[in-house]
Design a protein around this ligand. Structure first.
Ligand code: ZN
Length: 51
């Protein structure tokens, strides 16, 4: 996913309240050019997760 998509997920997550997230599913971040950035984001809450 891109940084923008992660930001969207974060916004949605916080609208639902501040729930605890175990970051079980993560996806690598890629730039708009499709290059991997080396970061990963949680698919549920959009938080940056160390990979
Ligand atoms: Zn999470």
């Amino acid at each position: 996913m891109t940084k923008d998509q992660a930001a969207e997920l974060q916004a949605k997550w916080h609208q639902q309240g501040d729930h605890y997230c175990e970051h079980l599913k993560v996806e690598v971040e890629c730039s708009n050019d499709g290059e991997l950035t080396g970061n990963s984001y949680c698919l549920a809450c959009g938080a940056a997760v160390a990979s």
